[in-house]
Design a protein around this ligand. Structure first.
Ligand code: ATP
Length: 589
């Protein structure tokens, strides 16, 4: 397959902001793609070579890309830098320079997708001494044979600047139309994705074996299942009503979510974002090998920092010391952890995701040999608000964040990749004067003054809108940051600075600095209000108004376990606003 076909599609996709048109272009591309390379094409359209959980990234720094461009175009570094300054886009710079190139490429070979993919794969896997030179040579070999348009997209791909805004869900829509017989097939295809997290494998199966293939799609150990998520409610009566008067309640532990995969002696741990975090937790890996009796299993647990001497849980912040590459052994000794398992998704060849929760829990208890480091989550069945509230108090007393209330009915399946009403979280924050905490994405910043010169004075924060795949501003926050936070944030955000507002960021405010949406922070607000300035859920409650969070304060929690797409959604903010109105209504005389 010619790489030119991909480049042409990217051009069309870039030119539209409408999701439907984007889907049409993607459908056209997927239909033109031979089945043998469809997985690769799908990964490439997302700027990747593999699904995220494999953890292989292209990671070509701009500096290296410039060197490769110098070699391929014959232009001087000065010319390229000047052009880059002007356009702010390395892709456009490459296109321009290569179009000026003399016709020495007369004998150049046409780029194929296969060659591009294999070269980029080699490049991604090159490490150690001399890696920079090897990577540069590989990239320039592609650029030398590339047309200017191809070069633009190649270089954007390797430097992580593809920014086509093709969300996973758009790919699923396009696959349903191209190979599933129409949009109706989307649900089945989405399920395959939710249980594998691998869009390439899904694309390959649907392209080669159609919907029948998708129906037979299996959960596989070491392919992470996209996590089931909870809705939230702040009033115990409402929670019980939701579940028809009866539900199970579990401690909501305040740690890091871990999805553990075990097959024989091999154990892999995935984070909430489905990254492989096994190397951070070698102690947990050994624990699972010893205490899980099943040969094969996929289960979910909360990993919590513990004081093993007293058996007390420690705050979430302590666990963050375990997020490191070096000094892991010392961190294990200093910050020991325990696992509290709350779900079993697969055991010895059997997919449990479609079974009701009580059945999954029963099997979970059968495969765990409990000790002080590994146990099942504390659970109880409740049928009245008093018991629910008592259990909540007990959970808080034990050092938890609150409770999870879960359906135990026949339909209480594991809804992979979905936030739904089968799980409802009830946290302490809801009960205080303040509203709930939210997880917001940093999209912009304002320079600091006075004491804060040299760092950011305030951050512009956004919610995520999954329907449009956009980030919508909801508040400006300058409170709750210590000096250490300010310095740390400045450094963290440096690598995400972009020259102008990303088209996926919706804002009427002009920030001093714009960022690629990347960093997620936990924010506690006093109130959700309608706003003429902010863009979150624009028009949803009132025409011409968005939603804003008043008196925002950083809680100190960096949600590095969340990707920007996992941030609080604009819809959730509307729900919080409505819940608030209800509360005021309840207490009004
Ligand atoms: P939050 O910011 O409240 O943690 P979230 O968006 O990360 O929310 P939610 O699905 O809303 O995720 O809340 C569920 C989270 O609570 C899970 O991701 C998991 O990490 C944690 N948790 C702790 N105890 C349990 C439990 N018993 N059952 C399910 N999840 C639990």
């Amino acid at each position: 397959m010619d790489y030119q076909v991909i480049a042409d599609s990217y051009e069309k996709i870039e030119a539209t902001t409408k999701r439907l048109e984007m889907t049409d272009h993607l459908v056209e591309l997927l239909e033109k793609t031979p089945k043998e390379v469809i997985a690769r094409v799908v990964y490439l359209t997302q700027g990747k070579l593999y699904p995220d959980f494999v953890g292989i990234e292209m990671g070509v720094a701009e500096k290296l890309a410039i060197k490769a461009l110098i070699r391929a175009s014959g232009a001087s570094e000065g010319t390229i830098q000047a052009e880059l300054q002007k356009s702010g886009d390395i892709g456009e710079t490459a296109e321009k320079q290569l179009s000026k190139r003399k016709q020495s490429t007369f004998f150049s070979i046409k780029l194929t997708v296969e060659r591009v993919y294999e070269t980029l794969d080699k490049l991604a896997k090159t490490s150690g001494g001399g890696a920079v030179d090897t990577k540069m040579a590989l990239l320039s070999s592609l650029l030398t044979d590339a047309s200017p348009k191809e070069a633009k997209w190649l270089i954007r791909t390797v430097t992580g600047n593809l920014r086509l805004g093709i969300a996973d869900m758009t790919v699923l829509d396009a696959l349903a139309i191209a190979y599933g017989g129409g949009k109706e097939a989307r649900q089945k295809i989405e399920r395959a994705y939710n249980i594998s997290s691998d869009l390439g494998r899904v694309a390959n199966v649907v392209a080669c074996s159609g919907i029948e293939g998708i129906e037979k799609f299996q959960v596989m150990v070491f392919e992470p299942i996209r996590p089931m998520l909870a809705e939230r409610l702040g009033v115990p009566e409402e929670i019980l009503d939701k579940f028809g008067g009866k539900c199970v309640v579990e401690y909501k532990y305040d740690g890091e979510r871990v999805q553990a995969h075990k097959s024989g002696d091999k154990v892999v741990l995935f984070s909430r974002r489905l990254e492989n975090i096994s190397s951070q937790y070698p102690d947990v890996v050994s624990l699972i090998k010893e205490q899980i009796t099943a040969k094969e299993a996929i289960f979910e647990a909360e990993c919590v920092a513990m004081d093993l001497e007293t058996g007390d849980m420690r705050p979430f912040q302590e666990l963050m010391h375990r997020r490191r590459k070096y000094g892991v052994e010392e961190a294990i000794a200093q910050y020991p952890t325990s696992l509290f398992s709350f779900d079993l998704l697969f055991v010895d060849g059997e997919d449990l995701t479609q079974q009701p929760l009580p059945q999954r829990r029963k099997k979970l208890m059968q495969i765990i040999k409990p000790n002080n480091r590994l146990n099942v989550a504390t659970q109880k069945t409740v049928t009245n608000t008093k018991d629910l509230e008592d259990f909540f108090e007990e959970a808080i007393e034990e050092g938890c964040e609150g409770i999870m209330c879960k359906s135990a009915g026949k339909d209480s399946v594991y809804q992979a990749g979905n936030r739904g009403w089968l799980w409802v979280k009830f946290k302490r924050d809801y009960r205080s004067e303040m509203t709930d905490t939210v997880d917001l994405v940093v999209v912009g910043a304002f320079h600091g003054r006075g004491k804060r010169v040299g760092t950011y004075g305030a951050l512009l924060l956004a919610t995520y809108n999954p329907d449009e795949d956009t980030f919508e501003t909801v508040t400006k926050c300058g409170t709750g940051f210590t000096d250490v936070d300010l310095a740390k944030l400045y450094e963290m955000l440096q690598k995400h600075v972009v020259p102008r507002r990303n088209s996926r960021v919706k804002s009427t405010l002009e920030a001093d600095v714009w960022f690629e949406p990347s960093v997620v922070l936990e924010i506690l607000g006093a109130e959700v209000t309608l706003s003429p300035i902010h863009m979150a859920a624009m028009d949803a409650v009132r025409k011409g108004s968005g939603m804003a969070i008043r008196f925002p304060r950083f809680t100190g929690k960096y949600r590095t376990d969340k990707s920007p797409q996992d941030a609080t959604t604009s819809k959730e903010i509307v729900e919080m606003y409505n819940a608030q109105l209800k509360k005021i209504g309840d207490t009004a005389p």
